[in-house]
Every structure is written in C-alpha cells, then in structure tokens.
Design a protein around this ligand. Sequence first.
Ligand code: SAM
Length: 282
Amino acid sequence: MELWYTENHTDEVKFSIKVEEHLYSNQSKFQKIDVFKSNEFGTFFTLDGLMMVTEKDEFIYHDMIVHTALATNPNIKKVLVIGAGDGGTIRELTRYKTIEKIDLVEIDEEVVTVCQKFLPQTSEKLEDERVSMYFEDGLKFVRMTEKKYDLIIVDSTDPFGPGEGLFTAEFYGNCYKALSGEGILINQHESPYYDEFANNMKRAHKRIKEIFPICSVYQAHIPTYPSGHWLFGFASKKHDPIKDLKKEEWNKLGLKTKYYNTDLHVGCFALPNYVKEMLNNV
Ligand code: SAM
C-alpha cells in the first residue's frame, strides 16, 4: 500500500509527496503537528496540514529570510525572531559572530521539541548561548517589549489560526517601535500566485507600507510551498536593500550558502510585472 501526503494548494489544486513513514502526529494546544519521512524531500513537518519545512528545500527559505538583511546591514547585533520553532532561521543567524543576542518568540513549545527530535538539520543551533526562547504569542511580545532590535524576522505560519495576529497593522506598528534607527523588518510574505495567498500578500504589503519609509518585496523559488513562487517583505527605517547592499563586506565573511549570493540579492528584488502591479495597486 502506498502512503501519500496531500495538501490542497487551492480548492482545485493538490500537491502530493510519497511518504515512507508517518513519524509523528499530535494535536498541540495550538495546532496539529505531523512529521513525515519521504525519499524525495527527506523528513518534513506540517502544521494543520500545511507544509512548513522539508530537509530538501529548507535552505532556500532560511537563506533568504536571513542573509538579505545581514548583507544590507552587517552591523546587526540584536535580533528578534517570531515563529520559527523549527530553528532554521536561528541556525543561519548564529553563523554571524557579530550577532550578540537573538530572542526567539514561538507560540508553540511543542513545535520546538518535535523539531529537536526529528529535524536536527534545522534545530541544531537552538541551544546557542546567544539564543533566548520565549514561548508566547509574538503579537503580545512586541506589544509589551521595551527592548530595541536591529532586525526583526517574522517567520510565521499563514494568517489564520495562531499566525493571524502577525499580519495585523497593530503588529507591524509595534515592530516599528521595537526597532532601532537602523532597524530592518523581514517577514514571510505569502505568494502572489493563487488568489487566497495573493490577497494575504497584498494586505500585508499595504499595512507595512503605511508604517515603514522603505518597503520592498523580494522573491524565491520554494518547491514545496503553494505555486513554488514565494515572497518575503523587506521593510526598514533607513537601509535600502539594493543601494545599501554591502557586497564586498558580506562576501569577505566567507559564509558558504547554498542559495543566497550577492548577485541573487539584487536580482530577487526584480519582480515580475503582474506582482509589481499587485503591489503598486494596494
Ligand atoms: N517556514 C514556515 C512556513 O512559512 O511555512 C514557517 C516556519 S515556522 C514552523 C512557523 C511558526 O510560527 C510555527 O511553529 C508556529 O507555531 C509559529 N507561530 C504561529 N503564530 C505565532 C504567534 N502568534 N506567535 C509566535 N509564533 C507563532
């Protein structure tokens, strides 16, 4: 008998991966967590039946959510990460010796324990001494915090269930307040392709644009996310991701990356016309 993981990308489009073993399944306080083993994508985990991380393509998402900001401002020292319980974003951040402090705010502690057990590839650096973990709602955390960060990364689920609050104007406004004058906000920005995702993307862009003087969107190809075409938001008080790119400085660090490079950094902000139109019309 064959076992397949199937996810509805729309009501009329399905995406499937052949599964070798269903390794874990549990309803946490916040969401249903499943872990599967496959030949094509390695181990992968889902929340409420939606793909989060696969061993095979996670490098694309985690390179892009981290290095674009660090190559724009290599002096980032204090970082707040919201969501990201799989640890992939933290793994990439800890490669920078110059980063002094990383606060990770993940609503669901069970995501972290499950990833530590089944996905060491992403979770291996969660124990880094610069990382402090807070198991609470990111929306409430930024509402209350008096700290200032140089970078906030929103590595969240989609805008429903626990992730909903992380796409609100209140949340983005509080992120602005929690950022230093050098501050950069990076968020996973959904996809422009299928209507439901595109609507979420447009709404997020509109809200961020109303708050931040610099507000851009960049793209990556992520095979296991709906349509494969995924966007990230880059918003900032001061740094422009293209004009302020520190190409030589970043390359001198000698970080080996599988997806990101500084040529791609410039290219990923060049968007297809239909996406530009969507963003211009919000
Ligand atoms: N790369 C993934 C994607 O977009 O498919 C997201 C990675 S990560 C697993 C997303 C995490 O955000 C989840 O572990 C979830 O528990 C967490 N999360 C959702 N809502 C949150 C909230 N309000 N505060 C903090 N963490 C939240």
